[in-house]
Design a protein around this ligand. Structure first.
Ligand code: 1QQ
Length: 394
């Protein structure tokens, strides 16, 4: 419904044309409250996006069962952000047109750097559910994230590798140079290796997320005889790289980055996934009440433990719902104009604390997540070499 003061009707060539003036006002809020999700449903990035879609859907179900926002239901509106920048931009534009209050997405940092500025300009709050590259919250005042940055998360995996093998010295680093997150994560790893006097950086090898043949890079790695290989890639390329490296005879430790942080990597590297160490911003074993609720809900449907990408996407929706609920207590959200509500929501998100599946979280003035607990898990493959699990290190 359009507010009268916002619309002029003028006759033009006999046709009645609606023109909207005063762009500071949009449409009145509709019910259920639309929350946008721009996540990768197709492309190679769907290996990561699928788990996020499960997360936002579970959150929709869970928070609606608790009464939504002061009795008003929420609805997650999903647009496929696929694997590239153009698809993420299209998904964001479609969601903004659908008058969503906020957007959870996109899946990759690479896409966020392209799409988030649009939402920021339109003053639509964006919650990055998995964007971990340096610089994401700094895109603009309407951009926040629930995914802790690589600079904080990734070094935990290096520490775990050193604990596993205190003799380790020689490190090889590989990364997908066409992807913003992988580049950012690799820089963090490279700096951490250089800063540690016990370690030497034997070689740095680059590849593309679209690569399938890693013979050249794997051969270069073998030449330097590393005790540790650190890989920053996405699930498909990263998984294949692990496989080809093991097939060439590499027997040492492997640290995988966030792009390998999904059970969907198991069918890619199969038995060769076994032993990969990956830092985690979530543990299904953490005792928080909201985590218990998520684990129970997830297990009922999927008969296994939820992973980090599911938990972060669930948390992004929770943050929106709880911030809207706080606003609703002062003035019903359904009485707001969508543009006004988006601005209120952004302010509220930045000022509030949340008890989540990731533990207690809040945001700094840039919109960066403030989170306390991080973990490291090791991939343990089953005897069938098809299934496996993330086993959390103590
Ligand atoms: C980023 C990431 C990816 C691994 C998310 C799926 O961390 O792009 O920032």
């Amino acid at each position: 419904m359009l507010a009268n003061r916002n619309v002029r009707q003028i006759a033009l060539g006999g046709a009645l044309v609606l023109l909207t003036f005063g762009s500071h006002l949009g449409a009145a809020m509709t019910e259920p409250l639309p929350i946008g999700a721009a996540l990768s449903q197709t492309s190679n990035v769907a290996l990561l996006g699928q788990e996020q879609i499960i997360g936002v859907r579970l959150a929709e179900e869970y928070f609606n069962s608790k009464g939504g926002v002061g009795g008003t239901k929420i609805q997650v509106i999903l647009e496929d952000s696929a694997g590239d920048e153009a698809s993420a931009i299209n998904a964001f534009n479609a969601l903004i047109r659908k008058n969503v209050v906020a957007i959870v997405g996109p899946t990759l940092s690479q896409q966020a750097f392209a799409a988030d500025p649009l939402a920021d300009k339109a003053k639509v709050p964006v919650l990055g559910p998995s964007n971990t590259a340096k610089g994401i919250p700094q895109i603009g005042p309407f951009v926040t994230r629930v995914s802790a940055p690589v600079a904080i998360v990734a070094p935990h995996a290096l520490e775990a590798a050193l604990k596993r093998n205190p003799q380790l010295k020689n490190v090889a680093v590989l990364y997908a140079q066409n992807d913003a997150f992988n580049t950012s994560e690799s820089m963090t790893f490279q700096e951490a290796v250089k800063a540690d006097k016990r370690l030497t950086l034997g070689t740095i090898q680059k590849f593309q997320t679209t690569d399938t043949d890693f013979t050249t890079q794997a051969s270069e790695v073998m030449k330097v005889k590393p005790d540790l290989v650190i890989i920053s890639g996405l699930a498909a390329d990263g998984g294949n790289l692990v496989k080809q490296l093991r097939q060439l005879g590499y027997k040492g430790l492997i640290v995988g980055g966030n792009g390998l942080n999904t059970p969907n990597v198991f069918p890619v590297c199969q038995k060769y996934c076994d032993g990969i160490l990956i830092a985690q911003a979530y543990s299904p074993e953490a005792g928080d009440a909201m985590n218990k609720a998520l684990v129970e809900l997830y297990q009922k449907k999927h008969k296994k433990m939820p992973g980090q990408f599911t938990a972060q996407a669930f948390t992004a929706v929770q943050v929106i719902v709880e911030a809207l609920s706080a606003i609703d207590q002062k003035k019903k959200v359904t009485t707001y104009d969508v543009k006004e509500l988006r601005q209120e929501l952004n302010k509220q998100i930045l000022g509030q604390s949340f008890q989540t599946a990731l533990g207690p979280i809040s945001f700094d003035k840039d919109g960066e997540i403030v989170q306390k607990s991080f973990y490291v898990a090791e991939i343990k493959m089953d005897a069938d070499n098809k299934n496996g699990k993330f086993s959390f290190l103590k």
